[in-house]
Design a protein. Structure first.
Length: 100
């Protein structure tokens, strides 16, 4: 489940899109939450939805419910590079481009 990268990340990593992960910073491009920038709280692979901090619906009784968003409606602003395998995936793609 991937989303497009921002212009800076495209130039830096030479990739157009990358899989979304928890704690990535994203911007919502479509829908009622358009323009909201937040951190990914959860990725639901079964429903193919992402939950972003700040994209919540206010219920009548005062509770807030997170709103599911499709990853195609997001753009990744910063990547969470805590995982070694995720870093390696970016470096792998960069090294392939350099060989060409």
């Amino acid at each position: 489940m991937a989303a497009h990268l921002s212009e800076e990340l495209r130039k830096k990593h030479k990739k157009r899109s990358f899989p979304v992960r928890k704690k990535d910073k994203v911007k919502i491009l479509r829908g009622q939450f358009k323009g909201i920038m937040g951190e990914i709280e959860e990725v639901n692979l079964k429903k193919y939805k992402v939950y972003v901090k700040g994209a919540e619906i206010d219920r009548g009784e005062g509770r807030k419910i997170r709103y599911p968003i499709s990853p195609s409606n997001l753009i990744i602003l910063t990547l969470n590079l805590d995982d070694k395998r995720r870093k390696a995936a970016l470096e792998r793609s960069n090294s392939k481009e350099e060989k060409k």
